[in-house]
Design a binder for this molecule. Structure first.
Ligand SMILES: Cc1cc2nc3c(=O)[nH]c(=O)nc-3n(C[C@H](O)[C@H](O)[C@H](O)COP(=O)(O)OP(=O)(O)OC[C@H]3O[C@@H](n4cnc5c(N)ncnc54)[C@H](O)[C@@H]3O)c2cc1C
Ligand code: SF4
Ligand code: SF4
Ligand code: SF4
Length: 366
């Protein structure tokens, strides 16, 4: 079976980890042999039409954009050879509803997490969480692909401050929803001790209930875990859709969704996370800054360098990741060569649904 790597936002990483745990629990092959999970830091995301509409309203066609970057409270766009800058506040109001209730900034369930917060410009902050994360970081440095630097206590505190701000903002929104009588299950189930306990709350609910409870209620983050769990589903415009009819009365899609139940502590227990823990940063082994010695990237290009090492050294045979198409739309791609990884460097500020592709790769390789 081919070994896979994966890069994604915190919600996508949660979806992947829940699918892995669910597969183990049910004795089914869902997404096993994912050997490396790189999680990104994430403050929020947009649907493609919102992101494209934001740019068009400011006279920039998405296909003209060479690079887009959110830094502090500014959106920086390189287009037509010019550098344009807009206040992030103007874009923030279009952030997906699910992102406003998301509690994870640093991809707490990844092998290694990456973002710009905490490091100087041109560097990537890395949170190394598992032995696999350590192995790949060490290997990339040894191979001369990465330069490393301490971020120091000030960098870690900055990271924690930003993560806490996201958590508290989302928590306020969740609490006000709960006060209005709406459920927010991914928050209510965070501290449950086992996946079984979490799943007992989802029994007897199928796609019809998933659509009503998660999609219509605005909790869906478009990760695609439901669609990865059931071949009767597909992701269309960032939403799960039934291709035909539900062939059986089952609740696998409801069980797979991270928004119907997310026993974070139980999922953590299934990983070999480091013993260090800081509130809102999760468990880890070390935090440092990294920069690729060659090739570009959104920040330090460290994610692409780590993936290159993993591919070239045989840790993984292919990597499922998100890149942009000519119109700046997110496109899920399976990279098997270094050049494909390089073509996917950079951030696409629009939600993708990569988990069905990951599942597809697992099916192909078995
Ligand atoms: C929607 C979004 C919001 C983010 N918000 C923050 C933030 O608030 N603060 C912060 O510090 N960092 C944030 N990041 C992470 C940051 O933009 C960089 O991805 C990170 O610093 C790694 O930089 P790099 O140069 O090492 O990565 P690179 O070497 O450039 O690699 C980037 C990787 O990200 C993947 N990718 C790009 N777009 C997406 C996407 N939409 N979904 C899934 N994967 C994608 C690519 O496939 C590529 O493998 C965000 C990322 C995304 C996708
Ligand atoms: S739900 Fe939104 S904010 Fe949370 S990880 Fe996913 S894209 Fe980022
Ligand atoms: S058949 Fe598929 S879509 Fe229908 S309830 Fe089961 S998992 Fe969900
Ligand atoms: S409904 Fe499907 S796509 Fe939406 S959050 Fe749940 S698993 Fe992810």
């Amino acid at each position: 079976m081919r070994a896979l790597g994966f890069v994604g936002t915190p919600c996508q990483v949660q979806g992947l980890r829940k699918l892995q745990a669910l597969g183990r629990l049910l004795g089914r092959r869902l997404v096993e042999r994912v050997e490396l999970v790189v999680g990104l830091f994430c403050m929020g995301n947009w649907s493609y039409p919102c992101m494209a509409g934001f740019l068009e309203a400011r006279g920039v066609a998405p296909e003209e954009v060479a690079r887009m970057r959110i830094s502090g409270d500014r959106v920086r766009v390189s287009a037509r050879g010019m550098e344009l800058e807009f206040p992030l506040g103007e874009m923030r109001k279009y952030v997906k509803m699910a992102c406003r209730m998301c509690l994870d900034f640093t991809s707490e369930l990844a092998d290694i997490s990456a973002g710009s917060t905490g490091s100087p410009e041109g560097w990537t902050t890395l949170i190394v969480r598992t032995p696999r994360g350590e192995e790949v970081l060490h290997g990339a440095e040894e191979a001369g692909l990465l330069e490393l630097m301490e971020v120091g206590e000030a960098g870690v505190e900055e990271l924690q401050r930003v993560a806490r701000a996201k958590f508290e903002r989302s928590l306020r929104r969740i609490q006000s929803r709960v006060e209005q009588g709406d459920e927010v299950p991914h928050h209510a189930t965070r501290d449950l001790g086992s996946l079984e306990e979490a799943l007992s709350r989802t029994e007897g609910r199928g796609f019809r209930e998933l659509w009503r409870d998660i999609v219509v209620s605005g909790l869906c983050d478009a990760c695609g875990a439901c669609s990865a769990a059931c071949s009767e589903l597909e992701m269309r415009n960032g939403m799960p859709r039934l291709r035909g009819r539900c062939p059986q009365d089952c609740s696998l899609c409801y069980a797979a969704c991270t928004r119907t139940a997310l026993p974070l502590r139980a999922l953590e227990e299934q990983l070999e996370l480091g013993e260090l823990r800081r509130e809102h940063l999760g468990r880890y082994r070390r935090i440092l800054a990294a920069r690729a010695t060659r090739g570009g990237g959104q920040d330090g290009g460290a994610v692409t360098a780590l993936l290159k090492f993993s591919l070239n050294s045989g840790v993984v045979d292919e990597v499922v990741l998100t890149c942009r198409d000519e119109e700046l739309k997110p496109r899920v791609l399976t990279a098997k060569r270094e050049e494909e990884l390089e073509g996917c460097a950079g951030t696409v500020y629009a939600a993708s649904s990569p988990l069905p592709e990951l599942r597809h790769r697992v099916r192909l390789s078995t």
